[in-house]
Design a protein around this ligand. Structure first.
Ligand code: F6R
Length: 368
């Protein structure tokens, strides 16, 4: 059942290349068209959508944050992301031309379910991104994209998260195809990159040894910070959440640019600070993260830097370097999250915690 692994979580981490491949399976046809048959919302209706609201909780919410960046970039449809538990209590503006995307691994999360019911009362169309066939959320939604990750047993979501990302990328590309905001060859290029992701994730897992050592080194750290920008920001939040729930260590994720607006006061000698460095691109992001890292180092904190394998600029800023395969910025969470999952799993194991059943947590939260 655990396939020779000590924890379901570790098994599920290692299943991610397969899980991501399964999410992609059968969704791109021989005519280079995305086919999301299970979206029972007509193309005409999808063309009339003027706003997307993504609702989710916990890890699924972070997948939604990444999705916002990709969907807005590819479709130019304004997209908001909101915690499901906040959504219906603030009288949100949704209507018949709003597409509400509910992301939920279990499909049973009460906060998310209540939020979609509220959206449906306002006549919004609801699409679920879900892993569990026939669960309540996809049953009540107008449409569903199943992630096909297979059952996730470990309480902390891993393959659930990566496959939610993939499903959201597919949704974004599909909307771009239907609405004509991206040319076919651009969609094809991104699809080719997605198809290469299982191999890229395998590459990360094959080089994971230094992350295991790191867990030994930081087993007694009272607190760990995670920094990222752009789609690296939700990755930072996810890294921190994994550490809190599994290792019971105080951890926080920040948008790296926010550091100077407060959190920089937390920096002190030997504090471990993870940073997700975006690929070098046309924008200034890469340089900005390096300057954030310089601030961190100047205060004696220890930097653990996740960066592209041939990124030599980062070397002076890194106490520890974790190398990632080359992928485009928007897809980087698919590789950057994996070392953070392994770090949390390993640290919790070394502390003697039950990784699959962390204290106070349940796999699906069916109360509001
Ligand atoms: C974190 C975790 C939780 C869930 C959240 C939503 O590792 O597992 O934060 O992501 O409770 O659950 P689903 O996706 O089932 O709605």
């Amino acid at each position: 059942e655990k396939g020779g692994y000590d924890w379901f979580m570790r098994k599920e981490i290692y299943e991610q290349p397969r899980a991501v491949a399964d999410t992609l399976l059968g969704r791109y046809d021989e005519n280079s068209r995305l086919v999301l048959d299970e979206i029972r919302i007509s193309e005409n209706e999808l063309r009339s959508i003027d706003k997307i609201v993504i609702i989710a909780c916990g890890t699924a919410f972070y997948a939604g944050m990444v999705a916002k960046y990709a969907i807005e970039h590819w479709t130019r449809i304004p997209c908001e992301v909101e915690l499901a538990s906040e959504f219906r209590y603030r009288d949100p503006i949704v209507g018949p031309t709003t597409l509400v995307v509910a992301i939920s691994q279990s499909g049973e999360t009460a906060d998310t379910l209540m939020a979609i019911r509220h959206a449906q009362e306002q006549k919004a169309r609801v699409l679920a991104v879900c892993n569990t066939n026939g669960s309540t959320i996809p049953r009540e939604a107008d449409a569903v994209i199943y992630t096909h990750a297979g059952p996730e047993i470990g309480v902390a979501s891993t393959k659930g998260f990566l496959t939610q990302l993939v499903a959201c990328y597919l949704l974004g590309l599909y909307l771009a195809q239907v609405r004509g905001t991206k040319f076919g060859d651009e969609i094809a290029a991104t699809m080719a990159e997605l198809q290469a992701m299982p191999a890229a994730i395998t590459e990360v897992l094959e080089a994971i040894e230094p992350v295991l050592d790191l867990a030994g080194e930081f087993a007694d750290a009272p607190s760990v910070l995670f920094l990222g920008r752009h789609v690296g920001y939700p990755v930072a939040l996810e890294g921190a959440l994994k550490l809190k729930e599994l290792a019971y260590i105080h951890a926080e994720g920040f948008a790296a640019g926010e550091l100077k607006h407060g959190p920089i006061a937390l920096l002190e000698e030997a504090l471990p600070v993870f940073a997700v460095v975006p690929p070098k691109g046309r924008d200034q992001l890469h340089a900005k993260v390096l300057s954030n890292l310089q601030e961190v180092r100047a205060r004696g904190a220890r930097t653990i830097v996740l960066a592209e394998h041939d990124d030599t600029d980062v070397v002076p800023y890194a106490d520890v370097l974790i190398r990632l395969p080359r992928v485009s910025t928007l897809l980087q969470p698919l590789v950057a999250t994996v070392p953070l999952q392994v770090f949390a799993c390993e640290l919790a194991t070394r502390k003697g915690h039950d990784v699959d059943q962390p204290r106070n947590l349940a796999k699906s939260v069916t109360v509001e």
